[in-house]
Design a protein around this ligand. Structure first.
Ligand code: 13P
Ligand code: SF4
Length: 301
């Protein structure tokens, strides 16, 4: 099928089946352009929690689809490619976290949304990069906290809040490999550009930033800033929405795309809607535990 027909078929199936397509900013621009909703991790969870569609197709990665299923247990949640994982979520295995928690009695666990349902079930609250600071601030200053799995985000929040949360030493293979030298090179080529950076980037990259934020925050910032040029230190998929929001501005990517996110294609999305598979399944007992810290996050956001 050609691209135009695939898009028409996706639209037909969506209406017929009362289905919605959710997409993260890191997905391919073709997917973003036809999605019912495009957002960052927090907005995707908030949107999933309130849609009345019967089927949700999550064009993102596994933890996002799992979070949708936990929030919408009665709905069918599909993911176009089950191989769409997340190296950051993989960097924190449930058994390892359980051991770490047992070694630190009295500590509460704050988990980034980029985690499995099993890790969420061990957590007091879930955060995203959009709300991490606010949620950490909601705990008394002397509360003993473990933050994971992203060490760079944890380090950033520690500096922002003046805390010393114990940090899980995990990371994202995309953001941790961005290079400070590449940013310096881009900055010398484009001296008027502002540097936008996701908090999953290492400290030496964060130190070069004019703005540190979640994908949604960086998008909003690029729109409201008087600058005309931006060096973008996060997955370059977000540049599609930045260009649409600010057509006159220039955006320069720092590094590579997330191969997991790019497994989402129009063809796989069409097949998922047609066959209503692969379906995301979360053990109901686990989901009943994992929803508590997710709902706590939504209430605090
Ligand atoms: P956001 O919450 O900023 O969308 O980030 C999600 C993510 O996976 C970053 O790598
Ligand atoms: Fe996970 Fe990194 Fe991809 Fe985000 S960019 S989904 S953290 S692997």
């Amino acid at each position: 099928m050609d691209k135009k027909t695939t898009i028409q078929e996706i639209a037909r199936l969506r209406t017929e089946k009362n289905a919605v397509v959710l997409a993260h900013y890191y997905t391919d621009s073709d997917i973003q352009d036809i999605a019912d909703f495009v957002g960052d991790s927090l907005a995707l969870a908030q949107w999933a929690a309130k849609t009345d569609a019967s089927i949700l197709v999550m064009c993102g990665v596994g933890f996002m689809a799992e979070t949708c299923k936990i929030l919408c247990p009665q709905k069918k949640v599909l993911i176009p490619d089950t191989e769409a994982g997340c190296s950051l979520a993989d960097s924190c295995q449930v058994a390892d976290l359980r051991r770490f928690v047992d070694e630190h009695p009295g500590f509460k666990v704050i988990s980034y949304v980029n985690t499995t349902a099993g890790v969420k079930a061990l957590s007091d609250v879930v955060v995203t990069s959009s709300n991490a600071r606010k949620i950490v601030d909601s705990y008394p200053q002397d509360e003993k906290l473990i933050f994971g799995p992203d060490r760079n985000l944890g380090d950033y929040i520690n500096k922002q809040t003046g805390r010393q949360m114990l940090l899980w030493q995990g990371g994202c293979h995309v953001h941790s490999h961005f290079s400070a030298d590449e940013i310096l090179r881009l900055r010398s080529e484009h001296p008027n550009a502002e540097v936008l950076v996701h908090p999953e980037c290492p400290t030496e990259i964060q130190e070069l930033a004019d703005r540190i934020g979640s994908t949604a925050d960086l998008l909003r910032y690029s729109l409201s800033s008087p600058s005309d040029e931006f060096i973008v230190g996060t997955e370059s998929g977000v540049i599609h929405k930045m260009r649409q929001a600010s057509p006159g501005k220039q955006f320069y990517p720092v590094g590579d795309v997330c191969g997991y996110m790019r497994l989402n294609t129009l063809e796989k999305l069409y097949q998922a809607l047609l066959t209503e598979s692969p379906e995301v399944v979360v053990d109901p007992e686990l989901a009943a535990k994992a929803i508590l810290p997710i709902n706590k996050m939504l209430a605090l956001s």
